[in-house]
Ligand binder design. Structure first.
Ligand code: COA
Length: 390
């Protein structure tokens, strides 16, 4: 206790309470060197590099290395890192059996959250919290999540899982394991850009969750399991699925205005719009818009992209709210042939790199994250014997 706090107690003063901030909006809870989200300027940087440069030029493998180690890999580092990712793509047979044992209608984010947790049974370093071991576990989990997603999808569709292909890039291999076909180059470029764009994003809800868990000295698998749980909701990662369902429900471009008018009249939120930090343009949306348009033409289904453009202008008639990262990723993932309920798992496939980097940074910071609450309930109640309770 400091001498200052003794003197204020002696004088009978209450220490001043920090103000309550709903939803922690605007509170800076963590200092990070991993990514920066600047709402007013609509910019996102990873380790000092503007996301626009990365979206156009980097591979997801480059970005995972960048987030974990703080710099872009040179040629040799990238080759070694890639080899480690490829070598860790396999998952234990027991996890495949676990998927087979799940009820057939298990929601994929639930199946995958459970599988990440269960992977810890088989990870030899699960309780080793050293930075070196956590980096090794991060590489394993980044490599394993696509295999988990594809295996779960195949099993619930009564198909045998497909082994990862060691000759394919991270993005190409995901599509290959889902469909059994080596994907078209544009599909791979689009999914790679998606993975690059979503890999980290400041103190979003799932990353904060991962850091809170890590701050208690829990292991990486626990932190990532918790982050998966936080990503599931439709105010966060679940918004991409909800967006696609909305586009399908609208059904036709001629019905967009009517749908938006009704949603605003009923005070329903439009999924894929609005953001806690970006109040104008979400810089990631521009790239996803580009890929959605390109793939829509390629697969000859431009209507969902065109409907998306119309939703954007239709909303702007009524209120200044802009598309976020989830809006154009919905039609883009749909064009890639990804089932709608796997959209959020695909988001996780990318964000797992950022979550892991944040867990490592949190271990280095070594501070328990533990805010306060403001009690607003009654203070004049008393214990009542069971027989006397109504
Ligand atoms: N559709 C309609 N109105 C919206 C909206 C949306 N998608 N997003 C925000 N608004 C409105 C709110 O109703 C609120 O209106 P009010 O001032 O009249 O009460 C105002 O804009 C501010 O929104 P608020 O929800 O307080 O902002 P926030 O920072 O707490 O929330 C989100 C941000 C992301 C939770 C919110 O925009 C949202 O729910 N979006 C839809 C879900 C989504 O796409 N999530 C993915 C985020 S990447």
């Amino acid at each position: 206790m400091t001498s200052g706090s003794i003197s204020s107690k002696e004088e009978g003063q209450q220490p001043s309470k920090p103000p309550f901030v709903k939803g922690l909006a605007g509170i800076v809870a963590v200092q990070t060197e991993i990514s920066s989200v600047d709402g007013p300027r609509s910019t996102l940087i990873y380790r000092g590099i503007n996301m626009h440069e990365l979206a156009e030029r980097a591979s997801y493998e480059d970005v995972v290395f960048l987030l974990l180690y703080g710099h872009l890999p040179n040629e040799q580092e990238l080759a070694n890192f890639n080899a480690r990712l490829v070598a860790n793509r396999w998952i234990p047979a027991q996890i495949v059996d676990l998927f087979r044992a799940m009820p057939p209608d298990t929601v994929p984010m639930v199946a995958l959250r459970t599988a990440i947790s269960a992977l810890s049974f088989y990870d030899p370093e699960v309780e080793d919290l050293s930075i070196a071991a956590t980096e090794r576990k991060a590489i394993r989990l980044v490599a394993q999540l696509p295999t988990l997603i594809a295996a779960y999808q195949r099993i619930r569709s009564q198909q045998e899982p497909i082994h990862p292909d060691q000759h394919l890039s991270h993005a190409a291999n995901v599509l290959y394991m889902l469909n059994g076909q080596v994907p078209d180059d544009d599909f791979v470029l689009a999914l790679n850009a998606y993975f690059v764009l979503l890999a980290d994003h400041g103190m979003n809800a799932s990353t904060f969750t991962a850091r809170v868990v890590a701050s208690t000295n829990a292991d990486l698998h626990s932190s990532i399991t918790a982050a998966m749980a936080a990503l599931k909701g439709n105010l966060h990662g679940g918004a991409n699925e909800a967006t696609m369902r909305m586009l399908l429900e609208i059904g036709d471009i001629t019905r967009v205005d009517e749908y938006i008018d009704a949603a605003f009249a009923e005070k329903r939120k439009i999924m894929g719009f609005g953001h806690r930090i970006y109040k104008h343009n979400d810089p990631r949306a521009t790239h996803l818009n580009f890929w959605a348009e390109k793939l829509g033409r390629k697969v000859n289904m431009p209507q969902y992209y065109e409907m998306s453009l119309r939703v954007e202008t239709s909303i702007l008639r009524l209120r200044e709210i802009y598309p976020n990262v989830d809006f154009y990723s919905a039609s883009m993932l749909y064009y890639l042939g990804v089932p709608i309920d796997l959209f959020t798992p695909m988001f996780a496939c990318s964000r797992i790199a950022g979550w892991s980097a944040h867990v490592i940074e949190q271990y280095k910071d070594a501070t328990l994250i533990r805010p306060q609450s403001e009690y607003v309930g009654p203070t004049d109640q008393h214990f009542v014997s069971l027989a006397l309770r109504h």
